[in-house]
Ligand binder design. Structure first.
Ligand SMILES: NC(=O)c1ccc[n+]([C@@H]2O[C@H](COP(=O)([O-])OP(=O)(O)OC[C@H]3O[C@@H](n4cnc5c(N)ncnc54)[C@H](OP(=O)(O)O)[C@@H]3O)[C@@H](O)[C@H]2O)c1
Length: 164
């Protein structure tokens, strides 16, 4: 099973503020998220599940929580740790870890691939994408996009692949 992470962060590594994205909606980033993750199951932390901007996969979703009785909507399954969630989808070709900070921190050492949107701006945040050892990865692709009428900030899609 291939373990991929997907995240969007600002230049100061912010990924969230009070449960929302720190920047105004960037439609092309969400379109890219759904294109990249299509058909794959997702793993998320309970706080990311609990946000109004919650993202999810039609293929299935795992929510990591220590709360044994945490109620979940249809299409979401509880896992008591990242390791348990990964075990539950070990037969999958690829699984996406979609955040937030706590879960990214635990998943980064295991990641084969990181899809990172870099939003060109500095934003206040209370959740951040953890710094990782970029020398363990090579940049497989980089696509840059200017700001336009529906994207207030310029941004780029980076794909990091772990060196083997
Ligand atoms: N920009 C992006 O790409 C992106 C993506 C996703 C999320 N976000 C943002 O990130 C923020 C949330 O991140 P966060 O770090 O605060 O929370 P999080 O990682 O989404 O969830 C943390 C929760 O996961 C559970 N958890 C973590 N480690 C665990 C373990 N080892 N075993 C069992 N349960 C574990 C705990 O849930 P319990 O407390 O229930 O036990 C913990 O409170 C939000 O602002 C969200 O909008 C941004």
């Amino acid at each position: 099973m291939r373990i991929s992470l997907i995240a969007a962060m600002s230049e100061n590594r912010a990924i969230g503020l009070k449960g929302r994205l720190p920047w105004p909606h960037l439609p092309n980033d969400w379109a890219n998220f759904f294109k990249v993750t299509e058909g794959c199951r997702m793993i998320m932390g309970r706080k990311s599940y609990d946000t109004p901007d919650r993202l999810w996969s039609k293929a299935g979703n795992f929510v990591i929580t220590r709360q044994a009785d945490f109620p979940l909507d249809e299409g979401f399954e509880r896992a008591s740790s990242l390791e348990e969630a990964l075990e539950l989808c070990k037969e999958d070709k690829e699984v996406f870890v979609i955040g937030g900070e706590e879960i990214f921190r635990q998943a980064l050492p295991l990641a084969d691939c990181i899809h990172l949107t870099l939003v060109h701006g500095v934003f206040e945040g209370d959740a951040f994408f953890p710094a990782f050892n970029e020398t363990d990865f090579h940049i497989k692709s980089r696509q840059e996009f200017p700001a336009d009428s529906s994207h207030l900030y310029s941004y780029e899609f980076l794909v990091y692949e772990r060196k083997h």
